[in-house]
Ligand binder design. Structure first.
Ligand code: F0G
Length: 480
């Protein structure tokens, strides 16, 4: 909840108590330098023992509620027909409004099945923006992903409230040019992750629905960050201020033919989900579920997590839960903005995103500014962030580098995990780094996987910038 203090300062006050804690540690600079080198300058390869605050992702790292933990104790461990599944189905029907639900081991399991059932060689998949795993699955099935984002989407300093909107004109033009049969689906991603957690508006989603209906193309909604998108619609879209998050979530879902989500974000569990009201999509997806995920009533999840997902599904539409990350992100972005650090605005869901092209303008995209920034942030703070730029793109079939539209370094805010003093510490260290940005140079790959190279790729710094930066840090700040 946002509370105004007596000095007029507004802070996001946590509406929960911390009942279980986990120790963290800030290892000294020399150890951070060693850990970074060992990790091949790739923050995915760091070990948590070397990390102070883990802002890599909000996926699978949220704090669960007491009610979720209690529900896990009641799980019904059965291969088939588990009571836990029926509780989840009931929660899905109640919260999302879908009759059929299919658990998957996580979001990408759902993407794989959608690709398997709908995408054919030469298919064109229209989307407001890609997500890494989504794109990989659609392309592995022979499709091509087309991103129809709006003009404002790539302007990191714009205040446009709905950068996650799909450009309707581009969609219509493509359908006209190639025919609707080439498009097996249109995908709308809530709180568009790689654009900086930016929402779509309900008006835009309704327009997309209208076109899909007109051309008989299924509309797929990726609702991994649906509750944040609903929260931001309530804040920003005309006519929604009086609606509840639950009502807005239901309205979004009512517009989709197939819904899927990573349960690791909004529902704070380790799992995923597919849902629909169409019997034919349900049957087509269901038949592949045991081949790739697990039997219908657990889909690769543990039944404990299935139970916790049912509870998490109801909790995610509580405004205090839906707003827990959004309000912290807003505060975080404000602190960064006040310190003149280039950060994506307006603040969206899941993370504060540094604009690495503006932060490190002297580093060209083929030397990976967003990856460099993630490595440098770790070195000066012990905080782990994630590269969301050219390293997160794979090379094209001819081996050429595919430069990313945006070079973002994402500092994710897991739900109900970090405090305001944590955020203030990170901003302080990033500010110091910003003042020293000219010491920082590029990275180059020394080992590079062909698919999703950002996970396991190894890199090395150009011109030993890490030693120079560490030297300056030691002199001015010390070991910590
Ligand atoms: N769709 C979106 C919008 C996502 O953000 C993610 C995962 C997925 C699908 C895949 O789901 O991880 O459960 O298989 N995002 C994580 C992140 C990995 O760090 O942003 P998953």
């Amino acid at each position: 909840m946002i509370i105004k203090l007596s000095n007029d300062k507004e802070i996001p006050v946590e509406m929960h108590k911390v009942r279980i804690v986990q120790k963290t540690q800030l290892v000294p600079l020399e150890e951070r330098l060693r850990a970074l080198e060992e990790a091949g300058y790739n923050t995915f390869m760091l070990k948590t023992k070397d990390i102070f605050l883990d802002m890599l992702t909000d996926s699978g790292t949220n704090a669960m509620s007491d009610n979720q933990l209690a529900a896990m104790m009641q799980s019904d461990d059965a291969y088939a027909g588990s009571a836990s599944f029926y509780k989840l189905s009931q929660a899905v029907e109640e919260v999302l409004g879908y009759k059929y639900c299919l658990p998957t081991h996580q979001g990408r399991g759902a993407e794989h099945l959608i690709a398997k059932v709908l995408v054919k060689p030469n298919s064109l998949i229209a989307t407001n923006y890609h997500f890494t795993t989504t794109k990989a699955h659609f392309e592995l099935a022979g499709g091509k992903v087309l991103e129809f984002y709006t003009d404002e989407a790539l302007l990191t300093r714009s205040e446009f409230p709905f950068k996650g909107n799909l450009n309707i004109e581009k969609l219509e033009r493509t359908i006209k040019e190639y025919g609707s049969a080439r498009l097996p689906l249109v995908r709308m991603e809530a709180s568009t992750n790689l654009l900086g957690g930016q929402p779509f508006s309900m008006t835009n989603l309704k327009e997309v629905r209208r076109i899909c209906t007109k051309h008989n193309i299924p509309l797929v909604v990726d609702g991994s960050l649906i509750s944040e998108n609903a929260y931001l619609i309530r804040e920003r879209e005309h006519g929604y201020a009086q609606k509840s998050i639950a009502e807005i979530v239901r309205e979004i879902c009512s517009l989709a033919d197939i819904y899927y989500m990573s349960g690791r974000k909004n529902t704070s569990v380790r799992g995923g989900l597919l849902a629909t009201n169409s019997e034919s999509y349900f049957l087509a997806l269901r038949d592949w579920l045991p081949v790739y995920e697990g039997f219908l009533t657990y889909g690769g999840m543990s039944t404990k997590e299935v139970e916790a997902m049912a509870v998490g599904m109801r909790e995610m539409v509580d405004p205090e839960v839906a707003g827990s990350a959004v309000e912290q992100v807003k505060y975080f972005v404000k602190l960064l903005g006040d310190a003149k650090i280039p950060v994506v605005t307006p603040p969206g869901a899941l993370a504060a995103h540094l604009d690495a092209k503006l932060f490190l303008p002297h580093i060209p995209q083929n030397e990976y500014p967003a990856g460099v920034l993630a490595a440098a942030v770790y070195l000066v703070s012990g905080v782990r962030s994630m590269e969301r730029g050219t390293i997160s793109m794979d090379r094209d079939a001819a081996g050429r580098e595919a430069l990313s539209d945006l070079e973002l370094t994402r500092l994710a805010v897991p739900r109900r995990v970090y405090t305001i003093s944590h955020l203030e510490f990170v901003v302080d260290r990033i500010k110091w780094l910003y003042d020293k940005r000219n010491l920082v140079k590029g990275l180059r790959f020394i080992s590079e996987p062909k698919v999703l190279r950002f996970f396991f790729g190894r890199l090395e710094p150009l011109e030993n910038w890490e030693t120079k930066l560490a030297g300056a840090f030691k002199k001015e700040i010390g070991a910590y």
